[in-house]
Design a protein around this ligand. Structure first.
Ligand code: ADP
Ligand code: MG
Length: 347
């Protein structure tokens, strides 16, 4: 379906996107996850044909889109600020793309009714845009994008303006609509929870490049870099130094260097520490027990988030910020606890 090949884009002599390549197949939702300012919206605008890269290609069904103007691409866009026409009622907003294509009125009526059903807004046709809540407006924006049966849907932080519970509901609904309609979609966000909920495939954008891509569970299991692990909140990323015995000395203890890369003595490395599923018992092979001093305890839904410091170097801390673990029962501040963790080298 959509294929993006080696896109380079520069603004004011500063490279923004450097060699972006990926594809989106039928029925697939690809999520581009990146910090604010990483070039996500720019990439969507280029796919829509509203802007151009310095080099690289966009192909749809193997046809290069360079000669296809934006309106002829048949791509639907949904933005954070909904982008509805305030002077038109809901019906006319949803019918807009169909009228532009000179679809006969009877067909427009049927299609709009179908779309209102799909987004759960039956009976809203005559209402004004300004009478709708943010969540309802975003449903209308989705219905409007879906009505002309686009070949691709693009979402640019569509839930960014909505509050948390509404966000979760709409996200689930969007997911089921995308699966039902089988329209390939690109969903852009800076929110990793959103990305993991909606995506069939995640692309992690950092410093102009895709530094990790895969199914949500793959990316979660193996973030592959300190940056990815940190932004995804996969576990704790700590710093350590390789010693002469080819082990890594950290604030939390000295660990074997299980790494596919070669590291020399005195080199600083990043390690990913993930707590065992039952943290007070040894889980998988290779896990180690570490000793922690509890610094703070926060209540988080059905568990406690414990901030702690390592005890191994008696005050000579190598990493800043401490370690975060999650426990069912709250320990006391100042208490020493021992937990089992999986330790991996990240680079
Ligand atoms: P994101 O959507 O990931 O937040 P954007 O694609 O909106 O990022 O923008 C990324 C960066 O590209 C911005 O920080 C800005 O510096 C630059 N940029 C975007 N559009 C333009 C433009 N039209 N002219 C100059 N610089 C731009
Ligand atoms: Mg943006």
């Amino acid at each position: 379906m959509l294929e993006i090949r080696n896109i380079f884009k520069t603004y004011d002599n500063k490279p923004l996107l450097r060699g972006i390549s990926f594809s989106v197949s039928k029925g697939e939702t690809v999520c581009l996850l990146g910090a604010s300012g990483s070039g996500k919206s720019t990439l969507l605008r280029m796919i829509a044909g509203l802007e151009f890269p310095e080099s690289g290609q966009f192909l749809f069904n193997k046809i290069d889109l360079a000669q296809t103007p934006p309106h002829a691409r048949d791509f639907g866009l949904v933005f954070q600020d909904y982008g509805l026409f305030p002077h038109l009622n809901i019906f006319d907003n949803v019918a807009f793309g169909l009228k532009m294509r000179n679809v006969p009125l009877a067909k427009i009526n049927a299609r709009v009714a179908e779309m209102m059903d799909l987004v759960n807004l039956q009976g809203f046709e005559k209402r004004k845009v300004t009478d709708l809540s943010g969540g309802e407006q975003q449903r209308v924006a989705l219905a409007r994008a879906l009505a002309p049966q686009p070949r691709l849907l693009m979402f640019d932080e569509p839930l960014g303006a909505l509050d948390k519970s509404l966000k979760e509901d709409l996200l689930q609904e969007l997911r089921s609509i995308l699966h039902k309609t089988k329209i390939p979609a690109i969903y852009v966000t800076h929110d990793q929870d959103e990305a993991f909920t909606i995506a069939d495939h995640i692309l992690l954008l950092h410093d102009g490049e895709i530094i990790r891509d895969g199914a949500p569970d793959e990316v979660w299991q193996n973030p592959n870099s300190a940056y990815a692990a940190r932004i995804l909140g996969v576990g704790n990323v700590i710093e350590g130094v390789v010693n002469s015995a080819n082990k890594v000395k950290t604030e939390y203890g000295t660990f074997p260097l299980n790494c596919k890369h070669k590291h020399s003595k005195s080199e600083k490395v990043s390690l990913l520490l993930q707590q065992s599923p039952s943290p007070f018992r040894r889980g998988a092979r290779g896990e180690v027990e570490i000793k922690l001093k509890v610094e703070d305890v926060l209540f988080k839904r059905d568990q406690f988030q414990v901030k702690s410091r390592g005890d191994a170097l008696s005050g000579e801390a190598l990493s800043k910020g401490g370690l975060v673990i999650h426990l069912k029962d709250a320990p006391k501040v100042g208490q020493m606890i021992r937990v089992w963790v999986k330790v991996e080298c990240l680079a």
